[in-house]
Structures are given as structure tokens and as C-alpha cells.
Design a protein around this ligand. Sequence first.
Ligand code: HEC
Ligand code: HEC
Ligand code: HEC
Ligand code: HEC
Length: 219
Amino acid sequence: MKIKTSNLKSAILAIFLLSLFQNTLAGNIAGSAHDFSVLGWSGGEICVACHTPHAADTTVSAPLWNHTVTATNFTMYTSPTLDATSTGQPGGTSRLCLSCHDGTVAIDSFGGAVGGTLMTGRVAVGTGGNLGDDHPISITYDSALAALDGSLLDPSVATATVGLAGGKTKTGTIAAVLLTAGTVQCSSCHDVHNTFTVGAPLLKITTAGSQLCFTCHDK
Ligand code: HEC
Ligand code: HEC
Ligand code: HEC
Ligand code: HEC
């Protein structure tokens, strides 16, 4: 009897601890993959590798940008059935992501300093300048493309909800909550700040039952 009671107690404790852990997975940048404050070179700061309050890089279209921007010339996705026309090189916010995720610029290269920690492995999405094997980004996704394709939802009409129910969520048209200036970018599926996510890897909508994909693709 005694053993059973303590088992029950530890089960309740485990569920409680798990719920605490879940909360750290979504809703905040602290504790996420982009919380660099635990790394020595960050000086204990979270935002500084990407943003600065002063002397920001004004050559890129980005909010107060502090990180060295990649100069890589990328191979973009193409296929015989793709209807969208690529806007050329990664634009919008994607080039900012690739400034760490293509593995050519060190994660700790910011504020004019040159770091030494390069990204490798599966997280280095644009390694070798190759985005040809990745979901298309920096493409215009509008009502005209939806009509042309026939199996894409109209981004100015169809709605999406991002974030975790019970946590921080946002609902709006696909254009409002998933696109940047009418284009698909890394930030269409990921939230760099982990604010409106359902959990790792910083996903705005769950992949359970492929909900993320069905949000735009009417298959
Ligand atoms: C890993 C890089 C990275 C880190 C760390 C980061 N940001 Fe950002 N931030 C971005 C990028 C990229 C954008 C561009 C737009 C987007 O994707 O939201 C952005 C956009 C913003 C914006 C404007 C758009 C918005 O979401 O309101 C604000 C404000 C902002 N960041 C504040 C912060 C603060 C405050 C911190 C630290 C607590 C922080 N960021 C940490 C990369 C980062
Ligand atoms: C300052 C460098 C930097 C920038 C800029 C940056 N990231 Fe990251 N990102 C990282 C690091 C470091 C990791 C952790 C890699 C690892 O696990 O080895 C990471 C991890 C991730 C992960 C995996 C998260 C997980 O939970 O496993 C995703 C997704 C991601 N980043 C997307 C983005 C997107 C989208 C942008 C742009 C909007 C971006 N990153 C900009 C450095 C950066
Ligand atoms: C159409 C949605 C979509 C777009 C656009 C997208 N991703 Fe992802 N990404 C995902 C999904 C879903 C996963 C998790 C499944 C997987 O790993 O393949 C993921 C995984 C990742 C991971 C973690 C890889 C790992 O194995 O740990 C990183 C890092 C990442 N993405 C970065 C990026 C960057 C950088 C861009 C832009 C160049 C981008 N993503 C564009 C949907 C997307
Ligand atoms: C933000 C909206 C959005 C999300 C989310 C999204 N896609 Fe896409 N996807 C697009 C658009 C727009 C295109 C371009 C389609 C075209 O022009 O033919 C595209 C293209 C594709 C293509 C290439 C089509 C071709 O003809 O070459 C595939 C495959 C694909 N998506 C699969 C996925 C999968 C799988 C997921 C979920 C992991 C996903 N998409 C999530 C918007 C999205």
C-alpha cells in the first residue's frame, strides 16, 4: 500500500514537472535554442548576438541588426511543378537566419567582432550555399499564386493560428501571421524568439497530422 501511494505521489510530481518543462518549450526565448546567455561570449545577454540598441547595421532591412550578415550566394529551390517565381537570393528575414545557419559566419560574430563558433550538422540548413533541397523561401505567395497553383489556400482570406493553446497565440490571415511582406520565409514556419510556438524546433504550428503543411497547402 505504502509503495503504491508513493508511486502515485511521484507520478503526480512527474506530471507537474513535465508541465513546467512544457512551459519552457514555448512562449519565451529564455531557455530556447536562441538563448545564448549561457554561453561565455554573450556576456550573459540573450539579444546581443542579433540586436543592438545603438550603431546597428543599416545596410540590411532588419530590426536594429547586430550580427555579421552572410555574403553567400545561394542555390535556390526549383522543380518542374513549382509555380512561384523565386525572388532570387534569400531576402526578408531569411538572410538574417542564414547568417548563422549557413555555417559560414560564426554564431559569435556580432557588434563588429569576429567569432569562431561555426554551425555544423543538421541545424546548418544552408550549408555550402545549398537551399535547393529545402522548402522554397523568399517566394511571393499571394492570391494570384493560389489561383494559379489550385491547391494553395488564398493567403489574404484563409486564417491560421500560431502558438500553443493556453499560452501565447495569435490568429489572422496567412499573410498576417505567416508571411513577411507577402513572401514565404524561414519565419513563416519558425519563430526566432520562440514567442508564438508550439515547441521545438521553434515551430509556429504543430506538425502533428501535418497541420503546419495544411495551413497553406489545400491537399
Ligand atoms: C537569434 C537571433 C535573435 C535573437 C537572439 C533575438 N532576436 Fe529579435 N529578431 C530576430 C530576427 C531575425 C528578427 C526579424 C523579424 C522576425 O523574424 O521576427 C527579429 C525581430 C525583432 C523585433 C521586431 C519584430 C518583433 O518581433 O516585434 C524585436 C522588437 C526584437 N526582435 C526584439 C528582440 C529582443 C528584445 C531579444 C532578446 C530578448 C531578441 N529580439 C532576440 C532575431 C533575434
Ligand atoms: C546568432 C546566430 C543565429 C541566428 C541569427 C539565428 N539562429 Fe537559429 N540557432 C542558432 C543556434 C546557435 C542554434 C542551436 C544550434 C544547435 O542546437 O546546435 C539555433 C537553432 C535553431 C533552430 C532549432 C531549434 C530547436 O529547438 O532545435 C531553429 C528552427 C532555428 N534556429 C531557426 C532560426 C531562424 C528561423 C532564424 C531567423 C529568423 C534563426 N534561427 C536565426 C543560431 C542562430
Ligand atoms: C515550410 C515550413 C518551413 C520553412 C519555410 C523552414 N523550415 Fe525549418 N523546419 C521546418 C520543420 C517542420 C522542421 C522540423 C522537421 C525537420 O527537422 O525536418 C524544421 C527544422 C528546422 C531546424 C532544425 C533541424 C534539426 O534537425 O534539428 C532548423 C535549424 C531549421 N528548420 C531552420 C530553418 C531555416 C534557417 C529556414 C530558412 C532558410 C527554415 N528552417 C525554413 C519547417 C520549415
Ligand atoms: C506559409 C505557407 C506554407 C507552409 C506552412 C508550407 N508551405 Fe509548402 N509551399 C508554400 C508555397 C507558397 C509554395 C510554392 C508552391 C508553388 O509555387 O507551386 C510551397 C511549395 C512546396 C513544395 C514544392 C512544390 C513544387 O511544385 O515543387 C512542397 C513539396 C511543399 N511546399 C511541401 C510542404 C510541406 C511538406 C509543408 C509542411 C512541412 C509545407 N509545404 C508548408 C507554402 C507553404
